[in-house]
Design a protein around this ligand. Structure first.
Ligand SMILES: [Zn+2]
Length: 165
């Protein structure tokens, strides 16, 4: 499932990308514009706005109710009954949504802190923004968080979600 996040769900978008989901962000513009873009690109719109809920719009939309981005991830996974496959975790740039590419260690010398360069052998880079990613503590923490998120979601009921009309 592909997503489009409007400006109210930017942090959620980054967390979903960390799980490997394809999430395009629209940083500005009215909700209607985000809805049109989602529709034309065949994406599920993620928004905190309820404005589309009562309208006759022919798009798929999930209205996010939780405040905390971590809770929002849980909510979206539960509402859409999604189970992110662990191998896809951190396969995308958190900022650009591009699929990360493996990069030889010697090519990141000078582009990451020295202690990072010495500590890791596996690096990935984003083809768009050129950021370098490595399996550091941040990754481990996020993975743990996501595993907990996925494990806990079955015990709570967020109800049905999916379509606005
Ligand atoms: Zn990037």
């Amino acid at each position: 499932m592909k997503f489009l996040a409007d400006r109210t769900t930017g942090k959620l978008a980054r967390k979903l990308r960390a799980l490997g989901f394809d999430v395009v962000s629209l940083a500005g513009g009215p909700l209607e514009e985000a809805a049109r873009a989602a529709s034309s690109q065949g994406r599920m719109l993620l928004t905190r706005s309820r404005r589309l809920a009562g309208k006759d719009v022919n798009i798929r939309v999930t209205v996010v109710e939780a405040d905390n981005p971590r809770e929002q991830v849980r909510e979206v996974l539960a509402k859409l009954n999604l189970q992110p496959p662990a191998p896809q975790f951190f396969s995308r740039c958190l900022m650009c949504n591009e699929t990360l590419l493996p990069v030889p260690k010697e090519e990141v010398e000078g582009r990451v802190p020295d202690f990072i360069y010495r500590s890791y052998d596996s690096f990935h880079t984003c083809p768009r923004c050129r950021r370098v990613f490595w399996p550091g503590t941040h990754l481990q923490r996020m993975k743990r968080e996501m595993v907990q998120t996925v494990a806990r979601r079955n015990s709570e009921d967020f109800g049905e979600g999916g379509r606005a009309s």
